[in-house]
Design a protein around this ligand. Structure first.
Ligand code: OAD
Length: 489
């Protein structure tokens, strides 16, 4: 798989090098026309040479940062090619082996007459009047505004062959470089890492609004998950002839109406049979309706979600639809994209969710039993979400303040988030749920299990039921008010 990284000044910002267009960037201190054009060199050679001498000296004192190293490390798994607008050498110093510089290189200088006569000068200054081997004045090997970009054709070819494109730390203001993205094949994932909102409307991109270091860390996990996922393989979904649900009673005393819980759907359609054969039940869907394991036709996938939405419309009091991280990443900008995000359905999925958002909830609670997609740890609820454990939990989760909304979408350390962070109700990893919110029984999906199972600690209990893939569901609070395991065997 060919992975292309298209980088700009932002990737080196975490190393302490100023960007150009940020408020503290170089173009706030210098005028482009004074230092970055051939006319400037002709007008005031000393000033231009001095500007680059300072930059070169500064570069010597800077080191590659974890984002540069993360790009290098991807070479273990992908055929990585870096196309950079940067004139620094931090990609190379991090060890990246294929780096193409679109705008030249700081540690090189060239003849004023012959652009191909390039000499290595390292980190030293270009002296006043210093000559190139052809006798012309030596100038920085930098592409200035108004000059052709000779590496552009080669860069286009690299991007045309990409299977994955990562755009990192560039404002996409400077052409022709910024136009490179449009050469990426239409069906490949394009990730854009930048702490600022970068508007790119010409194709779907997955925006990771983080600084380079953190963004690359998140993306590395996404890429690893993509690699781990089986390549498109058709999942034969044979609807069983009949669905005699065998009920395995679990020793429990949860008091609630008879409810069947469906773990993460991911395009599976078993739920239809179960719904039709169990009149009188309430049905809770724990979310993640899209992004199948293996290949399911887009139409079938979207229709399945539409049918679930219709079920909710037809039976509003009997059906509860929760949202998962694989749903929110299609329409919520606070949500880090999860594995198997599908660019081809993104627009339709986003519209469908937005149109029906009033039918979905983040959390559902009956007495002291709470349903969420991924679960609630005590640590996250009290110290990140800053919830009030004495009040109705689901009500707080469903009506967050803007700060709490960010916290709801929090991806914890175990799934690639900030060190020490605990995941929120869409992301919590099983390892982050060791101490669940005390006083409640929780029912969650998200963490794949091959059978319904539970964990009790800290005065709280979590029942994991992301096992629909194994054709298993949970029945809870039957007529006898006993929790039960259901599977199809
Ligand atoms: P810009 O300065 O235009 O954009 C830098 C981008 O990096 C912005 O989108 C910032 O939000 C983002 N950024 C800032 N801090 C960051 C961080 N810590 N991590 C990740 N991103 C961060 O720089 P470029 O797009 O590279 O050309 O500029 C393109 C060209 O314009 C440069 O190659 C240079 C300049 O004039 C020449 O010198 C010919």
């Amino acid at each position: 798989m060919r992975l292309v990284v298209f980088s700009g000044a932002g990737i080196s910002a975490d190393s302490g090098l100023a960007t150009f267009r940020d408020s503290d960037g170089l173009w706030a201190q210098y005028r482009i026309e004074d230092v970055c054009t051939p006319e400037a060199l002709a007008r005031d050679r000393d000033a231009v040479i001095h500007f680059y001498n300072i930059r070169r000296k500064e570069l010597l004192s800077k080191e590659p940062n974890p984002a540069h190293y993360a790009v290098k490390e991807l070479e273990q798994y992908y055929d990585v090619e870096v196309v950079t607008q940067n004139v620094d050498n931090l990609h190379e110093r991090a060890g990246s082996t294929k780096v193409l510089h679109l705008h030249g290189e700081m540690t090189k200088a060239r003849s004023s007459l012959n652009p191909d006569l390039i000499v290595d000068i390292g980190y030293r200054a270009i002296e006043a009047g210093e000559k190139a081997p052809d006798g012309s004045l030596l100038r920085p090997h930098v592409v200035w505004f108004g000059e052709p970009v000779p590496m552009m054709e080669q860069a286009k070819k690299i991007v045309l062959r990409a299977d994955i494109l990562i755009v990192i730390g560039t404002s996409l203001h400077v052409y022709p470089a910024a136009g490179l993205i449009k050469y990426a094949p239409g069906n490949i994932p394009v990730f854009l890492i930048d702490p600022d909102e970068i508007t790119y409307s010409e194709r779907d991109v997955v925006m990771i609004r983080e600084k380079a270091t953190c963004g690359m860390e998140l993306l590395r996990d996404i890429l690893m998950e993509m690699l781990a996922t089986e390549p498109a393989k058709k999942v034969e979904q044979t609807e069983p002839e009949q669905m005699p649900l065998s009920v395995q009673p679990v020793d429990d005393d949860i008091s609630m109406p008879a409810t069947i819980v469906f773990g993460d759907i991911h395009g599976l359609t078993f739920w239809k049979k179960v719904v039709s054969e169990n009149p009188g039940y309430r049905f809770v869907f724990l979310g993640d309706y899209l992004d199948p394991y293996g290949y399911i036709e887009t139409e079938q996938l979207m229709n399945n979600l539409k049918e679930i939405i219709q079920l909710k419309k037809d039976r509003p009091d009997d059906v509860v639809l929760l949202l998962g991280n694989h749903d929110l990443h299609y329409f919520c900008s606070d949500m880090v994209p999860s594995s198997r995000f599908d660019f081809l359905i993104a627009e339709e999925a986003s519209a469908l969710f937005r149109e029906n958002i009033h039918l979905f909830v983040y959390a559902y609670q009956v007495d002291n039993c709470i349903f969420t997609h991924a679960g609630i740890s005590e640590e996250w609820f009290l110290y990140d979400f800053k919830g009030d454990a004495t009040k109705n939990i689901a009500e707080q989760l469903n009506n967050p303040t803007p700060e709490q909304e960010l916290s709801l979408c929090r991806c914890g350390e175990a799934r690639g988030g900030e060190p020490g962070a605990f995941g929120g109700i869409f992301w919590a990893d099983v390892s982050e749920l060791y101490e669940p919110l005390p006083g409640y029984t929780q029912v969650v999906g998200h963490n794949r299990v091959n059978d319904v199972c539970d964990h009790a600690n800290n005065g709280g209990r979590i029942i994991f039921c992301d096992c629909l893939f194994y054709e298993k569901m949970l029945s809870i609070g039957q007529l006898s008010h006993k929790a039960s395991c259901i599977d199809r065997e």
